[in-house]
Write a protein that binds this ligand. Sequence first.
Ligand code: GLN
Length: 487
Amino acid sequence: MSDLINASLSELSAALAAKQVSSVELSTLFLDRIEKLNPIVNAYVTVDRARTLAQAAEMDARRAKGETGPLLGIPFGHKDIFCTEGWLTTCGSKMLSNFVSPYDATVVSKLKQAGVVTLGKLNMDEFAMGSSNETSYFGPVKNPWDTKRVPGGSSGGSAAAIAARLAPAVTGTDTGGSIRQPAALCGLTGLKPTYGVCSRYGMIAFASSLDQAGPMAKSAEDCALMLNAMAGFDERDSTSLQRETEDYTRDLNKPLNGLRIGLPREFFGEGMSADVRAKVEEALDQYRKLGATTIEVSLPNSGLSVPAYYVIAPAEASSNLSRFDGVRYGYRAPEYGNLDDMYAKTRAQGFGPEVKRRILIGTYVLSHGYYDAYYLQAQKIRRLIAADFVEAFKSCDVIMGPASPDTAFAFGEKSGDPVKMYLSDIYTISTNLAGLPGMSVPCGFGDHHLPVGLQIIGNYFEEAKMLNVAHQYQQVTNWHREMPAGI
Ligand code: GLN
């Protein structure tokens, strides 16, 4: 059974198909681990054994009737930002701590159709605002590589769950880096798709023009299999894109001869710690051995990405949250009585300090007299950042660099200084502003044996190419197979 804990999705699928294990058994294996290890890691905020096992039995029955599929019967955890019918959906907030979703997010229902069982709901920074999981109402998540350190954020529960082998794969969301940075800090593979590839319906909004759902797993191959089920047009999300269905595994095995890797000068300057730099350089050497060439490119406006993001994201968030009332998520708790009572009660429950800070910034930059000076300027910078990428992709196929400037940091190290915390996403935010896809892939260990993530940025809709680039690297390295000691 222990090899099932480390198995890839295709190995799990083969074991299920060969009847070596049932979905109920596999789900029980992970539920037992969650029971034992979650008190240490705090990755899950909601577990419901009976509900999970009922779903697993349903998947076993579907298989018994002759259904097959690469994900049929495999249990996943979902970031608690995704609405899940019948489960608590808290978004890491006291505001939603009693919210039971009446429906599934599209990403969740698509995974269910593919046969995925829900293992539970995963801890996160409140309303996905953070880089360390320290802002969750449900307490911080511990990094399984060193429990005195953060797992990254906001999808920190998602990342820690895989690193501790409390799920084979999970969902995450990325507004400014929340899939890639925790994937880097926990030694996983995570992918943020092109904006519009995965539906945002039922995914609680942080900043709607930046938010994207994506897969987090051990390997690129697993991410490709997940993305096959998660992606697709959804008429209930007006920003969802209508495109031909793609098989994201189709290019995994292509050789990398002739691949042109762009290295943005701005990503290799100051700010990156020495151990991260060393591992990223080693990964680039490995790519050269695989037949790729590297060339310097420039993203001249990328230095403005963090300031522009911290105008645009809070502006969008404040529009959502200052009118927050619970009704917008389709649920009215019976104890709230009439609407006015409900508004008063949900407001009184209060947001945490980071969310309040964002609402204040957002309200300020949108207010009369400041709108032109801040919000409009930030939107112009956003356009320039996107144009930089268009220019860079004229001379390269993918862009590479670090996913995060440093490895997992200690609790409290950055939480007292918002600017320090905000700089955690210095290499990831520009892709969200441009709407481009990005990945983080484990590329070794830095000081204190902490994982380092290599970022791969692709051009619009080139997820299959990025997955190919990541998979070929994972064929000749074992970083993605490593797991924390004691787990
Ligand atoms: N760390 C960034 C923030 O706090 C990004 C978070 C995210 O991608 N959800 O806004």
